[in-house]
Design a protein around this ligand. Structure first.
Ligand code: PMP
Length: 379
């Protein structure tokens, strides 16, 4: 037996099934990033970085937030984020994955129930796995299924707190959650609604504050705004009731035992939030571009029903999906295939994202070329 023979075999099996993942270089027109507002390479964030360095913002935190790692930039960002998103309090973390594991491993207690949408992100699953609450899925975007699950759980005599975990804009499907109905459900059952706004932040809601912004002041709404997608930086802001934020600060292991995000990173997120507030043109342009892309998908592929900047083109099997992605890459379009376990079996897809990095004529060309390449797939 050679060292790591088991790992070798597992990787070979993935290759055989068309599921092997390899890192490929960034090339071609952007149809793959989450940089929806084109902020990643923007002059506004470059200038903010230079300005922050010039005024002495440190590049590293030097420790965890509860020790010496707590920098002025973190505190300012959290104050500004709470005000911007309209919440009582905010907590800045290194990333959305870490934030979801912190939320779900820490806040629901052992008598509680976490009801989660069937398409919820892997990071929420990992958080629930680390936590002590009972967990149960409900059918995607099906509010009455969630209500039935609440009824059944209460009828069995459970008295714990109910937490409802959803995304506002689903990362691999691009559809939107019925946030108003979910909030009403949470209100009716004294449940807490936890909305992962990862893909909506910057793009949807007044000033890009997300699809749940109208309820932001509620005690029973907790939101997650990741900062590495529409905001173009990295990190994540958890926004909600002060008592929940204080609980995370006191109990979340991923917060307590981690080096704080770079203060420079916090300064850049502050700049990105300012840009959302002060430059509505960016969000308006993203909206125009996504409408254009929806129309081109209808014209060239006969596909409709897209709701956002994330446009899944479902192919089904893994290998043709990856072959199609490769031929699009060869034509100069950076389009990636998404396979299980990221999406359910038999629903492998191209995940096309529309960002301000790619102008309308290139979007038109891409959909035209995609319709040809799709026809050329073996049946
Ligand atoms: N939630 C959702 C819905 C996501 O799509 C992602 C990123 N893929 C995350 C959380 C994790 O966020 P981050 O990339 O900031 O760790």
């Amino acid at each position: 037996m050679t060292l790591f023979a088991r790992h070798d075999r597992a990787l070979t099996a993935l290759q055989t099934r068309g599921r092997y993942r390899a890192l490929i270089a960034r090339a071609g027109h952007d149809f793959a990033s989450n940089d929806y507002l084109g902020l990643v390479g923007s002059e506004v964030l470059q200038a903010a970085a230079r300005e922050a360095l010039d005024r002495g913002v440190p590049v590293g935190a030097g420790g965890s937030r509860l020790l010496r790692g707590n920098a002025d930039e973190h505190v300012l960002l959290e104050q500004e984020a709470a005000a911007f998103f309209g919440a009582q309090a905010a907590l800045f973390m290194g990333g959305g994955f870490q934030a979801n594991t912190a939320i779900f491993s820490t806040l629901p207690g052992h008598e509680d129930l976490v009801l989660y949408d069937a398409l919820i992100h892997a990071s929420t699953h990992d958080g629930m796995r680390l936590g002590r609450a009972k967990t149960q899925a409900f059918a995607h975007n099906d509010v009455s299924a969630a209500e039935d699950a609440i009824g059944t759980w209460r009828a069995a005599g459970n008295i714990g707190q109910i937490w409802i975990a959803v995304e506002s804009l689903y990362s691999m499907d691009g559809d939107l959650a019925p946030v108003a109905e979910l909030m009403a459900l949470a209100d009716a059952h004294e449940a807490v609604l936890v909305v992962d706004e990862a893909h909506a932040t910057g793009v949807f809601g007044d000033q890009g504050r997300g699809l749940s912004h109208a309820y932001a002041a509620r005690d029973n709404l907790l939101t997650l705004h990741t900062c590495g997608k529409g905001l173009g930086v990295s990190g994540a802001l958890i926004c909600g009731a002060q008592v929940l934020i204080d609980t995370l600060i006191n109990k979340a292991r991923g917060f307590i035992f981690a080096t704080a995000p770079s203060p420079l990173n916090a300064a850049l997120v502050r700049a990105a939030l300012n840009e959302l507030r002060d430059n509505p043109a960016r969000r308006a342009a993203a909206q125009v571009l996504m409408n254009h892309a929806h129309k081109e998908a209808q014209d060239h592929l006969g596909l409709s029903g897209f709701r956002s900047q994330i446009m899944p083109i479902i192919i089904g099997a893994d290998k043709p999906t990856m072959a199609l992605a490769c031929s699009m890459q060869d034509m100069g379009y950076d389009i990636r295939g998404i396979r299980p376990p990221t999406v359910p079996r038999g629903t492998s897809r191209l995940r096309i994202s529309i960002t301000l990095n790619t102008p309308a004529p290139v979007i038109s060309d891409m959909f035209r070329d995609l319709s040809q390449a799709k026809k050329a797939l073996p049946h």
